[in-house]
Design a binder for this molecule. Structure first.
Ligand SMILES: C[S@@+](CC[C@H](N)C(=O)[O-])C[C@H]1O[C@@H](n2cnc3c(N)ncnc32)[C@H](O)[C@@H]1O
Length: 187
């Protein structure tokens, strides 16, 4: 229903996620603090695509890439974001966090909500996110209350994967961690 949504349970999960997830996703997009409307941003595990739509509104002259392995979630997200996709402002890719088919340093920011706890190897996935982010690129990782919250060692995972300025924030709609990739100045 939520890990790799498919079939009738997946349809029910998609509806639930689309209805209940908006608050935390809007908070996550805000927390990315995207400084310009022409940036390239990535969402991993986009589910029904509500977060993708919020990102596309935030970078109207940029580009949004979504990565998710679920065929059903691709259908929902593609329908919800048909205009941005038709306009060439959004691309959806069927893959997982540990194999992002994107060039090094190609994204300015990335987010993932209720998702990292499903990755088989979160640190390997975070290293992959770091690879595709430009130096200094922001990442926001969120967990809604129904997800059960973040893993206890989430900040350590980001640290091990090489992220810096790791900050956690708990709010009414859930938990958010923000970090960024290192730049030359951090070394
Ligand atoms: C609980 S849903 C969350 C969807 C959305 N982010 C939201 O907050 O509504 C989890 C999503 O993660 C995707 N997913 C599962 N394993 C994944 C992996 N290894 N890499 C990337 N996405 C994955 C699922 O297909 C599903 O769409």
């Amino acid at each position: 229903m939520f890990v790799l949504p498919a079939g009738t349970p997946g349809e029910a999960g998609a509806e639930l996620m689309a209805r209940s997830g908006r608050l935390l996703q809007a908070a996550a997009v805000k927390r990315l603090e995207l400084p310009a409307p022409d940036l390239h941003v990535l969402e991993i595990g986009f589910g029904p695509g509500v977060g993708l739509a919020l990102l596309a509104d935030t970078v109207p002259q940029g580009h949004v890439t979504g990565v998710d392995p679920s065929e059903l979630m691709h259908r929902h997200a593609a329908q919800r974001n048909s205009e941005a996709i038709a306009a060439g402002r959004m691309t959806l890719i069927r893959s997982t966090a540990d194999t992002l088919p994107l060039p090094d340093d190609s994204q300015d920011a990335a987010m993932m909500i209720d998702n990292l706890h499903f990755w088989p190897d979160p640190v390997a996935g975070l290293r992959e996110v770091s690879r595709v982010l430009a130096p200094g690129g922001a990442v926001v990782c969120g967990f809604s209350p129904p997800s059960g919250g973040p893993p206890n060692d989430l900040a350590r995972m980001f640290d091990t994967a090489g992220f810096v300025e790791i900050e956690s924030l708990t709010r009414r709609g859930g938990f958010l961690l923000r970090a960024r990739t290192a730049t030359g100045a951090d070394r």
